[in-house]
Design a protein around this ligand. Structure first.
Ligand code: HEC
Length: 168
């Protein structure tokens, strides 16, 4: 799972980029270089902290064009079953079986996984939820690529039927 989390985690991406850069430096006989890189590391840490605090506090809003996208797959029992087959292994570790964001992996995460039974989640359009599942943020993985478009739409049909009211 950690492999999947990384691409959806912008902070992780920054760490990877930075460590590649410092790894490329020709170093270290004298202390000056060491001190410089220690200072650099502190700065990087500060930037990372600022970065994760800012995105944890920011509301997560899908772009309007994405929110307007219609779910091409009808919410049938067959689709809900297909969505459940995606949800159980992939989403339950964080979001929990009841969707409340209290899965076993959730304790280590900040921000916590979203409570999918919260009206703030299901009041959004299918298109908005699809965009969030596809792109991820913080510990929420980017599922685009890992799950087909169809699988993501089926999962939304499952989420609505199980945790929230269907969107009109
Ligand atoms: C590694 C843990 C993890 C896994 C696995 C995971 N999520 Fe998430 N999810 C999160 C976190 C953390 C957030 C909150 C992200 C934020 O606000 O920055 C989130 C947010 C969301 C949201 C956004 C809710 C909103 O509107 O704010 C949806 C929808 C969602 N997840 C669905 C899913 C689905 C569907 C799956 C499985 C395909 C899944 N998640 C798997 C951790 C996870």
């Amino acid at each position: 799972m950690s492999v999947r989390v990384t691409p959806g985690n912008p902070a992780g991406a920054i760490v990877a980029r930075v460590s590649r850069r410092t790894g490329g430096q020709v170093c270290c006989d004298g202390s000056a270089g060491d001190q410089r890189s220690a200072g650099k590391k502190q700065l990087i840490l500060l930037v990372l902290i600022a970065f994760s605090v800012a995105s944890a506090a920011d509301p997560w809003v899908a772009p309007r064009s994405a929110a307007r996208r219609q779910n091409p797959i009808q919410n049938t029992p067959k689709s809900v079953a297909a969505g459940k087959a995606v949800f159980m292994p992939n989403c339950v570790p964080c979001h929990g079986e009841a969707g409340r964001g209290d899965g076993p992996a959730s304790t280590a995460l900040n921000p916590k996984p979203a409570n999918l039974t919260d009206p703030k989640v299901w009041e959004q359009t299918d298109g908005a939820i699809f965009w969030k599942i596809s792109n991820g943020r913080n510990a929420m993985p980017k599922w685009e690529g890992a799950l087909s478009e169809e699988q993501r739409w089926h999962t939304i049909n499952f989420l609505r039927t199980t945790f929230g009211k269907p969107h009109p």
